[in-house]
Every structure is written in structure tokens, then in C-alpha cells.
Design a protein around this ligand. Structure first.
Ligand SMILES: [Zn+2]
Length: 196
């Protein structure tokens, strides 16, 4: 099944907008968890899954999905989503396995304002190597809403400030309660249980 054809199914019954949104948030975050498990484990980086969901009228559709190191070059899950969108919009003939370059960060389409980023873990604010952090890319690309499962642990690699940076910039950040174990599960090789 193509991830691009995936839409959520809010179900029958008189759900309020807020209930429908909460239900959709849990649905898409669960999908991001499934993606995170596809990441090849690394001792020096997390296994994360991410989904970009476009809401047009009331229909939510997956626009791109990604997981850690899916594309070459120690790529992050959110970054993989952005690169896929950008390449699909501007040049669908780019080899999807080609290395990521600065040219992959020129996405400026109005599309962004309809988009929610779902990610199993807080978008990074600092990268020990390589390209700019996912928080910076999310802001540059105009993402207005981020839904996540867990904050990045503060005592493993870096002290992440992704959430506060996003909120300071006016991005709505939602933490889905009760999915800590699922979101951490692909990272048990780093630490057996989740601790912020
Ligand atoms: Zn990142």
C-alpha cells in the first residue's frame, strides 16, 4: 500500500472537532511508530518515524513519510519527509537514493500551512554532524503544527530545545499522552526504558 494514498478514518458517530483531531493525532502517530521500527539501529542516533499530513478541508492525507537513515547520509525522519516533498514537487526525476544536499531545502510552497508534522520524538535542535537541525528546517518550510510522542532525552546525546524553539516561533506543539513506551521502543538498544 502506498503511503501516499493513506488517509485516516475518523469513524462513525458525533465526534467534536477536538475529538476528531485527537483521534487523528493518535492514528498518525501510531503510523509514525511503525515507520520508526524500520530504522536501522545506530549506537549514536535515535530511531524515529515521521509523517507529514496535509489537511485540505477536513480530509487528512499522508503527504510524505520517513524514518531515521531512510535516505543516505545519516538522515533524520523529519528531514526525509521534507526531502521527499521537495523532490516530488520540483523534480520528480531525482534519484530518490541520491545524497541530500542544500538544494533539498528550498521547499516554499503554500502547501506547508496545511501540514502537520507527526514525529515519534521531538524534532532535533542540534546535530552533532551534517546538515541543519529538523527544527530549523520545519520553521523554514512553514510547518505550523507538530504532534509528537516523546521529548528527546536530555542526558544522552545533546540537550534538545526543539519544542521550545518551535513554540517560540508560534508553532502549535501537541504531545500525545500515553505513547511514551511505543515511541521509545525502537530505541531500546540505546536505553531499555524511556526517561526524558
Ligand atoms: Zn532531526
Amino acid at each position: 500500500m502506498s503511503t501516499h494514498s493513506r488517509t485516516d478514518s475518523p469513524g462513525a458517530g458525533p465526534a467534536s472537532d477536538a475529538q476528531a483531531q485527537a483521534q487523528a493525532d493518535r492514528y498518525w502517530l501510531n503510523y509514525a511508530v511503525q515507520l520508526a521500527h524500520r530504522s536501522v539501529p545506530s549506537p549514536s542516533a535515535y530511531c524515529v518515524g515521521a509523517v507529514l499530513v496535509a489537511t485540505i478541508n477536513t480530509t487528512r492525507t499522508c503527504s510524505a513519510s520517513g524514518y531515521s537513515r531512510e535516505l543516505p547520509g545519516n538522515t533524520h525522519a523529519e528531514e526525509v519527509c521534507y526531502v521527499k516533498i521537495q523532490r516530488g514537487m520540483t523534480n520528480p526525476h531525482v534519484d530518490p537514493a541520491a545524497g541530500v544536499t542544500d538544494a533539498d531545502y528550498t521547499w516554499s510552497d503554500q502547501f506547508a500551512r496545511f501540514v502537520t508534522l507527526y514525529t515519534t520524538m521531538e524534532p532535533c535542535s542540534e546535530r552533532l554532524s551534517g546538515r541543519g537541525p529538523c527544527t530549523k528546517h520545519s520553521l523554514a518550510l512553514g510547518v505550523r503544527r507538530v504532534v509528537m510522542g516523546i521529548a528527546e532525552p536530555q542526558d544522552i546525546f545533546v540537550k534538545c530545545t526543539g519544542v521550545s524553539t518551535l513554540m517560540d516561533a508560534g508553532v502549535a506543539v501537541v504531545v500525545v499522552e500515553g505513547m511514551e513506551d511505543e515511541c521509545w521502543a525502537p530505541n531500546r538498544h540505546i536505553r531499555p526504558t524511556y526517561k526524558a
